[in-house]
Design a protein around this ligand. Structure first.
Ligand code: NDP
Length: 324
C-alpha cells in the first residue's frame, strides 16, 4: 500500500497517508515512483499559495520518475523506466509525492539512456524547462558568438540548470542572484560573471545601454522589464517564470526600436515529440554537469518544511524527494 503526501482543504493541509491501491486514480499505467522533486509550483501547492490545487484531496508533485509495475496501455509494460512532467499532474490530477501512482500513458516519456531515474529528477521540470529555454533561444537564432546571455533567479532550479546548460553550450553566462553566498557555486556551474539582483529591481528607463544578446528569465516583473530595456539589437529573451512578479511593467520600445523578441516557454503542455527531444538532449549532457548541481535529498515528511523554505528563498539548486 503506497504512502503519499495528501493535501486537504482543512488543517493540517499536508498529511502523510497510506493509500489503499483502490484509492489510486483509475488510469492505465501504475508507476512505482523512484524519485520526485520540489518545484516552485509544488511549493505553492503544498503551502496553499496561489490557485495551484483545483480539487481536494490531492497528492501534489508535478513530476516524477520511476518504473512501470503494470499497464493496460500497449505503449508501456512492467519494468519500463519512465518520466512524467506537467499535464496538470500535481495540480488537477494526483501527482508524484507518493510511493506509487496511476497515470495516463499520454503523460509519460521513456527515461532515455544513460539517465537513471534519480538523475532524471535531478533535472526534473526545472532542468527540462531550462533545456526548452535554451532550445527556444537557439531556434530563434541565438548563438554563443552573439554576446553575453543573462539568467535571472540563477540560484533556483530552472535558473541554475539554465546557467549550467548555457555554459556547457559555449555561451558567456551572466547570473543574476539575490544570494551572494552562492556566487562561488554559480561560478562552478559555469557563470562568467555574477550580478546582484538588487541592481535590477528599481524602475529603469524604457531603453538602457545594450548589454545582452540573450536572456532566460525566471522571475518576471520589474527585473524582466529592465532586461528587455538592456537587450542588444535583435536580442532574444525566454520568459519562463514569475518567482518575483507576474506583472510586466514594460513599454513597446525594446520591441519596435531594437527588434527584441520575447519568447514564451511552457513545459506543461508541450507535445510529446518535443518533450522527448528535450529529454534526449538532457541525457546527452556530460555527467560533470550533474556533479556540480547542489542537491538536497529529502523524504515525503520533509516536503512541507522545504516548500516553505523555497517560497522564502532559502533553497538553492534542486530539492530531490525520495518517497521510500
Ligand atoms: P526556485 O524557487 O527554485 O527558484 C526561483 C529563484 O528566483 C530563487 O531561487 C531566487 O533566485 C529567485 N527569486 C525568488 N524570489 C524572488 C523575488 N521576489 N524576486 C526576484 N527573484 C526571486 O523555483 P523554480 O526554479 O522551480 O521556478 C522558477 C520560476 O519558473 C517559477 O515562477 C516557476 O513557476 C517557473 N516555472 C515555469 C515553468 C514553465 O513551464 N514555464 C516550469 C518550471 C518553473 P536568486 O536568489 O538566485 O535570485
Amino acid at each position: 500500500m503506497p504512502r503519499a503526501l495528501m493535501l486537504h482543504d482543512d488543517a493540517p493541509r499536508a498529511r502523510l497517508e497510506t493509500l489503499d491501491e483502490s484509492q489510486l486514480p483509475e488510469r492505465a499505467v501504475r508507476v512505482a515512483i523512484d524519485y520526485s522533486d520540489l518545484n516552485y509550483k509544488d511549493a505553492m501547492a503544498v503551502t496553499g499559495h496561489g490557485k495551484i490545487v483545483r480539487e481536494y484531496p490531492l497528492v501534489p508533485g508535478i513530476d516524477f520518475a520511476g518504473t512501470v509495475t503494470d499497464s493496460t496501455d500497449a505503449r508501456f509494460a512492467a519494468d519500463d523506466r519512465v518520466i512524467l512532467t506537467g499535464w496538470g499532474v500535481g495540480e488537477r490530477h494526483w501527482g508524484g509525492f507518493a510511493e506509487a501512482m496511476r497515470v495516463d500513458a499520454d503523460w509519460l516519456v521513456p527515461c532515455p539512456q544513460p539517465l537513471s531515474t534519480r538523475q532524471a529528477m535531478l533535472f526534473g521540470t526545472a532542468g527540462l524547462t531550462a533545456m526548452l529555454s535554451v532550445m527556444r533561444l537557439k531556434e530563434a537564432g541565438l548563438g554563443p558568438g552573439d554576446g553575453p546571455v543573462v539568467v535571472t533567479g540563477a540560484s533556483g532550479g530552472v535558473g541554475s540548470w539554465a546557467v549550467s546548460i548555457l555554459a556547457h553550450e559555449g555561451f558567456e553566462v551572466h547570473a543574476i542572484t539575490g544570494k551572494p553566498e552562492q556566487n562561488a557555486w554559480l561560478e562552478a556551474l559555469g557563470a562568467h560573471a555574477i550580478l546582484s539582483r538588487a541592481n535590477f529591481e528599481s524602475r529603469g528607463r524604457p531603453l538602457e545601454s545594450t548589454q545582452w544578446a540573450g536572456a532566460v528569465d525566471t522571475v518576471g516583473g520589474q527585473i524582466l522589464a529592465n532586461l528587455l530595456a538592456q537587450m542588444n539589437y535583435a536580442g532574444k529573451v525566454a520568459a519562463v517564470g514569475l518567482a518575483g512578479d507576474a506583472a510586466l511593467p514594460t513599454t513597446v520600445m525594446p520591441f519596435i526600436l531594437r527588434g527584441v523578441s520575447l519568447l514564451g516557454v511552457d513545459s506543461v503542455y508541450i507535445p510529446f515529440d518535443r518533450r522527448r527531444a528535450a529529454w534526449q538532449r538532457i541525457a546527452a549532457l556530460p555527467n560533470a554537469l550533474l556533479s556540480h548541481m547542489h542537491v538536497e535529498e529529502v523524504g515525503l515528511d520533509d516536503v512541507p518544511d522545504r516548500a516553505h523554505a523555497m517560497l522564502e528563498g532559502r533553497t538553492h539548486g534542486r530539492v530531490l524527494i525520495d518517497p521510500r
